[in-house]
Design a protein around this ligand. Structure first.
Ligand SMILES: NC(=O)c1ccc[n+]([C@@H]2O[C@H](COP(=O)([O-])OP(=O)(O)OC[C@H]3O[C@@H](n4cnc5c(N)ncnc54)[C@H](OP(=O)(O)O)[C@@H]3O)[C@@H](O)[C@H]2O)c1
Length: 335
C-alpha cells in the first residue's frame, strides 16, 4: 500500500487527500455500476487514501454508504469513514426547505434531534460497521438550532455509535455555537479554485482547532479542464456553472490556470488540489473519481510542492476571474 502524507483534522489523522464517494452512485456525474464503483474505491484505499466521505443522501436509499461498507469489508480499521445525515427526510418527518443556487431552487433537510439516532443506526447498517468515525449534519437545518443537532450527535458519541463530530455547509457563527455544545473536529465546505471559502468560516475553524475538508475540490470536475459538456442524467445539469453557455465562458476564463499547470508539467486537476493543500496544513480535499488513472493523478497531488511565486501567479489570475453561474449555497447563507 502506498503512503500519503498525513494531515490532522482536529484530533483525527487522515491522508492529506481523501476520497469523496458521491460520484460512485449513478446519476451524480453520469453512469457508473457497482463493480466499477467498488473497484474505484478499493483502488483509492490501496493507493493510500485513508479518509472516505459519504452520506446517507447519496444514491437511492443508502446506496452510497452500502458501497462504502462493501468496499471496506476486511479493511474497515485502515480508513476513517465520514458520513452525513439529514438530507434524506424520513417518511412522516417535516421537510425543512432552504434556498440553493442550483436549478431545483431549494433543498430540504430534517436534523431534529428526535430523528438523529435513527439516521445513525441506518448509516451503521448500510456501512456494515459498529461505529461512524466522523458524523456530520449534511446541512444546518433552518428550523432547528444547531445546538440541538449538536446535542443529539453528542449523545451518539457518548453511546459509542459515533467517534467524532463534524459540520458541513455551516456559517462561522453556527460552527462556534455547535462547538460550544460538543467539540467539532472538521468542517466541510465547498472550496476550490472556482469557489472561495468564507474567510470568516476559515478563521473561526482555525481559532477553534477545527480541520477543514474541501468538497468539490476539482470544481465538480471543471478544474481538470476535461468537462466540455454535461449529459442528461448528470446532476451537474442543475448547476448553472455547467450550462452550455457558462461552461464555455468558464473554460475560456481558466485557460491561464491550465497554462500554469502545463508550465509545471502537472495536470490542471493536480494544480487545483495542490493549491488547496497549500492554503494551510489543516486543509484536506476529498476529490471523487470512478477512474483509477484519475485517482492516481489526484492522490499524487499530495506530493506536489508549489513555489510561493507560483501561488502568487495563480492567485493573481484567480482574483481576476468571476466564474459565470451561481453555486449551491449563497456566499452568506441567511440561516
Ligand atoms: N457536504 C456537501 O454538501 C458536499 C457536496 C458535494 C460534494 N461533497 C463531497 O465532496 C466529494 C467530491 O466532490 P465532487 O464529487 O462534487 O467533485 P470533485 O471531486 O471536485 O469532482 C468530481 C468529478 O471530477 C472528475 N475527476 C476526478 N478526478 C479527475 C481527474 N484526475 N481528471 C479528470 N476528471 C476527474 C470525476 O469524474 P471521473 O469519475 O471520470 O474521474 C467527477 O466527475 C464528493 O464525493 C462528496 O463526498 C460534499
Amino acid at each position: 500500500m502506498s503512503k500519503l502524507p498525513v494531515r490532522t483534522l482536529g484530533r483525527l489523522d487522515v491522508s492529506a487527500i481523501g476520497f469523496g464517494a458521491m460520484v460512485l452512485s449513478p446519476g451524480v456525474y453520469g453512469e457508473v455500476d457497482d463493480d466499477r464503483a467498488l473497484a474505484a474505491l478499493r483502488y483509492a484505499v490501496d493507493n493510500g487514501a485513508t479518509f472516505v466521505d459519504t452520506s446517507d443522501g447519496y444514491g437511492d436509499d443508502g446506496h452510497n454508504e452500502r458501497l462504502v461498507g462493501r468496499a471496506l469489508k476486511g479493511r474497515r480499521d485502515t480508513v476513517v469513514v465520514a458520513t452525513k445525515f439529514g438530507l434524506r427526510v424520513p417518511e412522516g418527518a417535516e421537510a425543512h426547505r432552504f434556498p440553493v443556487g442550483f436549478e431545483f431552487g431549494e433543498l430540504a433537510v430534517n436534523a431534529e434531534p428526535r430523528y438523529v439516532r435513527g439516521y445513525a443506526e441506518a448509516s451503521l447498517r448500510n456501512l456494515g460497521t459498529d461505529v461512524i468515525d466522523l458524523y456530520y449534519p449534511h446541512f444546518p437545518d433552518p428550523r432547528v438550532p444547531i445546538e440541538d443537532t449538536a446535542g443529539a450527535v453528542a449523545e451518539l458519541v457518548d453511546d459509542g455509535l459515533v467517534r467524532w463530530f463534524g459540520l458541513s455547509n455551516v456559517t462561522a457563527d453556527q460552527l462556534r455555537r455547535a462547538h460550544a455544545v460538543h467539540p467539532v473536529q472538521a468542517v466541510q465546505t465547498e472550496w476550490s479554485m472556482w469557489r472561495p471559502a468564507d474567510p470568516k468560516l476559515l478563521a473561526t475553524a482555525r481559532e477553534l482547532g477545527v480541520g477543514i475538508v474541501s468538497w468539490s475540490p476539482l470544481g465538480a470536475g471543471f478544474l481538470t479542464g476535461n468537462v466540455r459538456e454535461v449529459s442528461d442524467g448528470d446532476f451537474r445539469r442543475n448547476n448553472p456553472r455547467f450550462s452550455q453557455a457558462n461552461l464555455a465562458v468558464n473554460n475560456r476564463a481558466y485557460a491561464s490556470i491550465r497554462g500554469i499547470a502545463a508550465d509545471l508539467s502537472i495536470t490542471p486537476g493536480q494544480l487545483a488540489l495542490a493549491w488547496l493543500l497549500h492554503q494551510g496544513p489543516d486543509v484536506v480535499p476529498i476529490p471523487g473519481s470512478r477512474t483509477p488513472a484519475h485517482i492516481d493523478e489526484n492522490l499524487q497531488a499530495a506530493h506536489i510542492g508549489l513555489h510561493p511565486d507560483t501561488l502568487e501567479r495563480v492567485n493573481a489570475v484567480l482574483s481576476n476571474i468571476q466564474p459565470a453561474g451561481g453555486t449551491l449555497l449563497q456566499d452568506e447563507p441567511s440561516r
